[in-house]
Write a protein that binds this ligand. Structure first.
Ligand SMILES: NC(=O)c1ccc[n+]([C@@H]2O[C@H](COP(=O)([O-])OP(=O)(O)OC[C@H]3O[C@@H](n4cnc5c(N)ncnc54)[C@H](O)[C@@H]3O)[C@@H](O)[C@H]2O)c1
Length: 369
């Protein structure tokens, strides 16, 4: 039997670990790259070594490399040796706020690390599909120029052009991105260029809020995961501006992994997709509090800081029209309710392994709007 191989960077992170398991279930031999840089970016709470143990235990033949994607010569050698059939690039510095304090590490990881991997793949296996995790932050704060309508607990786009959310044709230029958004723009454009210029099967997935039970959510990255953690542990959560009504669309990491597999099965060249939960899976911070409170029975402790995060979007949800048109076999399978249930269960298990597990009540449907 001719087993196909997948090289997954950031394999111990939220998306990388989900993709590793998903591809292994489809019969791929999985090679993971992750140097646990998340623990350097965010301290011990960002440590992902627990995920490495899980991958080693659950994926037969999983091969791990502690390689730093910034180390160009090691990466070139590694990819040349493996010649993977597909490449999924999820390693990165993922925090909007953290980037300002570590600009070199942020750019070297997100932009240069991506270039290193693209060039390594072009030299060794240019036919292999290359999927890159980009972000909605490439649009910077431009979505804030869209007219908004204020509801009791959330903002909403009030312009028929954006009734379904932000499409891929939205400008990424002339807005405030944060340094993180700028390093991700550099990577996004480079991934497109390797598709358009060299004809490689590359694609950028501009993620909304990606979440799931395997996220090591911290204050600076992983909004829902961290919010749920705070509720379960009764820690204080800080809301930054916009009255707590800022909206994000949330997608379960399992749905992201399923899309990546679809793309690898029918790859296209130099593509860009907005990939989030869409309007159906969107919620504001205040709505997220209500959803988690309904599950745990614990009230959310929080403080409100008047100033918003620099360059933060007030309202964002992905228009999923293009992704669904190109890949009609794919769709969102996890509702917001299911995402919250998974997060609560996972934090309950991780934080209180010795205690009896929570039995979770249902969440009222349509809490938002
Ligand atoms: N989680 C989200 O809400 C979200 C939203 C939009 C886009 N994204 C993008 O998706 C990608 C994956 O996000 P995630 O949430 O899984 O992040 P994550 O932090 O959970 O995973 C990233 C992994 O990459 C590893 N890594 C970082 N720098 C590395 C380096 N130099 N060499 C090798 N490994 C390195 C980290 O140790 C970590 O395990 C990121 O590029 C992020 O920008 C995430």
């Amino acid at each position: 039997m001719n087993t196909k191989s997948a090289l997954i960077t950031g394999s111990c992170g939220l998306i990388g670990s989900e993709v590793s398991v998903h591809f292994a279930h489809q019969g791929f031999q999985v090679f993971g790259i992750d140097n646990n840089e998340r623990a350097i970016f965010f301290g011990p709470e960002g440590d992902t070594s627990w995920t490495l143990q899980r991958l080693r235990k659950n994926i037969p033949g999983y091969t791990h490399f502690n390689t730093d994607i910034r180390d160009r010569s090691s990466l070139l050698k590694l990819v040349a040796a493996i010649k993977p059939d597909v490449v999924v690039h999820t390693a990165g510095q993922p925090s909007h706020d953290r980037a300002a304090t570590i600009p070199f590490a942020d750019f070297d990881t997100n932009a240069t690390g991506t270039l290193n991997l693209l060039e390594a793949v072009r030299r060794a296996c240019p036919e292999s599909p290359f999927v890159h995790m980009s972000t909605n932050k490439v649009y910077g704060d431009l979505p804030n120029n869209i007219r908004l309508r204020e509801f009791r607990n959330r903002w909403h786009f009030d312009d028929p052009l954006y009734a379904n959310g932000i499409p891929e044709t939205f400008s990424i230029d002339q807005s405030k991105h944060s340094l993180f958004g700028a390093s991700k723009v550099a990577a996004d454009v480079m991934v497109q260029e390797y598709g358009r210029y060299f004809g490689m099967s590359t694609c950028c997935l501009r993620g909304g809020c990606l979440t799931g039970p395997n996220h090591a959510g911290v204050e600076l990255h992983g909004f829902l995961s961290y919010l749920v953690r705070c509720n379960v542990q009764q820690r204080e959560y800080k809301v930054f501006g916009y009255k707590g009504k800022q909206v994000r669309d949330n997608i379960h990491s399992g749905d992201v992994a399923a899309f990546i597999l679809e793309f690898c099965r029918a790859p296209r060249c130099g593509e860009v997709y907005n990939l989030g939960g869409g309007i159906e899976n969107s919620c504001s911070v205040l709505e997220a509090f209500a959803l988690v409170e309904a599950l745990t029975g614990k009230s959310q402790k929080y403080t409100y800081v008047d100033e918003n995060r620099i360059g933060d979007q007030i309202c964002y949800y992905s228009d999923l029209t293009k992704v669904k048109t190109h890949y009609p076999g794919w769709g969102i399978t996890r509702t917001l309710h299911e995402i919250f249930r998974d997060l609560v269960k996972s934090w309950d298990r991780r934080l209180t392994p010795q205690l009896p597990k929570l039995s979770l009540p249902g969440v009222p449907i349509g809490v938002h709007v």
